[in-house]
Design a protein. Structure first.
Length: 116
């Protein structure tokens, strides 16, 4: 998974957003990285940390996006799904967010990634 990836976020009340992700795979079973919306209009950013098993990923994905007023909406959730060397089809289940600044974020998001 090491390197640059592109893809989409989609789910619930969330309009489809294009994203870019960068991963570092320091060992065969550990992948860490960051992601952001692309192009970065109302910029959403976050981190990804997953365990890589043959054909699957399992871990966490965080986010920070514009919230209510001038505050940031932040949160984290579980990230799981299938992955190969060229594509990943993942489900992001948001488990925690800042309720005073997030106006009803989606709870389940489809994350599709591929190598550019």
């Amino acid at each position: 998974m090491d390197g640059n990836w592109v893809g989409t976020l989609q789910g619930g009340n969330l309009p489809t957003r294009n994203i870019a992700a960068r991963f570092i795979q320091a060992s065969p079973d550990c992948v860490d990285g960051s992601w952001n919306t692309n192009p970065p209009d109302a910029r959403w950013v976050g981190a990804i940390s997953v365990f890589a098993y043959p054909g699957t990923l399992d871990g966490f994905m965080s986010f920070e996006m514009p919230g209510t007023g001038s505050k940031q909406c932040t949160g984290v959730g579980n990230l799981t799904g299938s992955a190969t060397d060229t594509e990943a089809n993942l489900t992001w289940t948001i488990t925690s967010y800042t309720p005073d600044t997030c106006a009803s974020p989606p709870t389940v998001v489809s994350v599709k990634l591929r190598r550019p």
